[in-house]
Design a binder for this molecule. Structure first.
Ligand SMILES: *Cc1c(COP(=O)(O)O)cnc(C)c1O
Length: 462
């Protein structure tokens, strides 16, 4: 295909799209409306082009092509309006194209797009750092550094912890997910699809058991922590250990909520042994769990906290925030990157964070959690092994009732049926048997309840 062909084709697609769709943002009708099968003909055509143009390694959960999104709906190229219970994986907590964010980013776009903070700095980066230092757990002296992705934040947290402690080993957990770069693949537990064929992985990463109440044989949180600590002491030794990194509620691994006492016991042990405790709140952060951060639930104070996803309403931004003495350990120039804390992303983050606070989305997340808990809790089906989670981060673990074993095939059927009915749901879990719900916190009660009704119906029929 020639360049002119490509240009003509792009223009005709754009024209078709523009004719069919309204602007995104909350003015988009908050409704489920299907006008074709899912995926529709235009999406199918785009999938054919995708397969010829995009690496097969880049997977797609629901192959409808978005043309507009607002609040908790996504409108596709065929004119279907889907209910979004994924938020682009916990990113659009404030809703898609939230007005305050659109306004702030548009303004910044006209002022300047980039200088590189490490070349010529700007104040919005400092504003974001101050907001993170204020909002993250603990009232000690803090510093922040900004990056682009969750994986990059995690990599930098490990770099900082190693530099500060002068030690090298890092402990990660069963069912952990920390990203797809080399170091974070090494920290991630699940082989397929994240690690298979991509080794060798970085050295000095050790995996230990977590607390998984449904599959722990009745261990309390404190008992599970002692099992973990004993393994660390026997196999690694605190003298070699720079950091323990954990998601306070595990995300990709299955929305696993550790038993009460697990996290505080680990934090205490780390503090007593000069081990940096890193909370990976990339998925749990920013009001999602019904607290500003999931660590707040048990009042634990991490030494370093990694944030991303919900931080900037969809613009790429991440951060490491933590104790001043740890964060200030690396030499000048040791941290950073070309785009880290890009001015557009900082403008988006400031508007997003203001929205979480001004609209009290922490309370909204709790309300959403109560609705989901009540609706899913009322499903009388022995294949529902557990309904768990916190706030607007809830999940359903599906099992074979005869054996208690994970039922990944049923999970796949339920997800496919929900998608066909216009409800975007995501799966997760080491065993592929967990359905996770991550609605935008701006979702209306009515739309949420409609989506949950669809989930209950398709489960019953699957
Ligand atoms: C998504 C995620 C990451 C990786 O973030 P990216 O922005 O995709 O690099 C890291 N940790 C957790 C807990 C995540 O959910």
């Amino acid at each position: 295909m020639t360049l002119a062909d490509t240009a003509a084709r792009t223009a005709s697609t754009q024209q078709a799209v523009q004719q069919a769709v309204p602007l995104g943002g909350p003015s988009l009708p908050q409704q489920r409306r299907l006008v074709t099968s899912i995926p529709g003909p235009k999406s199918l055509a785009l999938t054919a082009r995708k397969n010829r143009a995009v690496s097969a390694g880049v997977g797609v959960t629901l192959p409808v092509y978005a043309v507009a999104a607002g609040g908790a709906v996504i409108v596709d190229v065929d004119g279907n309006s889907l209910i979004d219970l994924g938020s682009g994986i916990a990113v659009t907590g404030v809703g898609n194209s939230a007005p305050a964010l659109v306004c702030a980013v548009t303004e910044q776009l006209a002022q300047f797009t980039h200088t590189c903070f490490s070349v010529v700095p700007y104040d919005s980066y400092i504003d974001v750092a101050e907001a993170l230092n204020r909002l993250t757990p603990g009232d000690h002296d803090k510093r922040s550094a900004l990056f682009n992705s969750g994986a990059e934040a995690v990599e930098n947290a490990v770099k900082i912890a190693r530099h500060f402690t002068g030690k090298q080993a890092v402990v990660a957990f069963d069912h952990a997910y920390h990203g797809r770069t080399n170091l974070t693949m090494g920290l991630t537990a699940k082989n397929q699809p994240y690690k298979n064929g991509f080794g060798p992985f970085a050295a000095e990463i050790y995996r230990v058991p977590t607390s998984y109440p449904l599959r722990d044989g009745g261990l309390t949180g404190v008992e599970a922590a002692h099992r973990t600590i004993s393994q660390i002491e026997k196999q690694i030794g605190a003298d070699n250990l720079a950091a323990v990194i954990i998601e306070p509620i595990q995300g990709e691994g299955g929305f696993i909520v550790p038993a009460a006492g697990f996290l505080p016991t680990l934090v205490d042990w780390c503090r007593a042994h000069n081990v940096v405790f890193i909370a990976d709140e990339v998925q749990t952060g920013f009001a999602r769990t019904g607290d500003m951060f999931a660590c707040d639930h048990e009042a634990i104070v991490p030494d370093l906290i990694c944030t991303a996803k919900g931080i900037a309403g969809g613009l790429p931004l991440s951060a490491v925030t933590g104790r001043a003495e740890i964060m200030d350990a690396p030499q000048g120039g040791g941290l950073g990157g070309t785009y880290g804390g890009n001015p557009l992303a900082c403008a988006a983050a400031l508007a997003t964070i203001a929205t979480y606070e001004n609209e009290n989305l922490v309370a909204r997340a709790r309300h959403i959690g109560a609705i989901i808990g009540a609706q899913l809790g009322a499903i009388d089906d022995p294949r529902v092994g557990e309904v768990r989670g916190r706030g607007a981060m809830m999940a359903l673990e599906l099992i074979d009732p005869a054996t208690g074993e994970p039922d990944a095939a049923l999970t796949a059927r339920v997800l496919a049926s929900a998608h066909a009915q216009g409800v975007l749901l995501l799966g997760c879990g080491t065993y592929g048997n967990v359905i996770r719900l991550l609605p935008p916190l701006s979702i209306t009660d009515a739309l949420l309840i409609e989506a949950l009704d669809v989930l209950a119906e398709v489960l019953a029929a699957s």
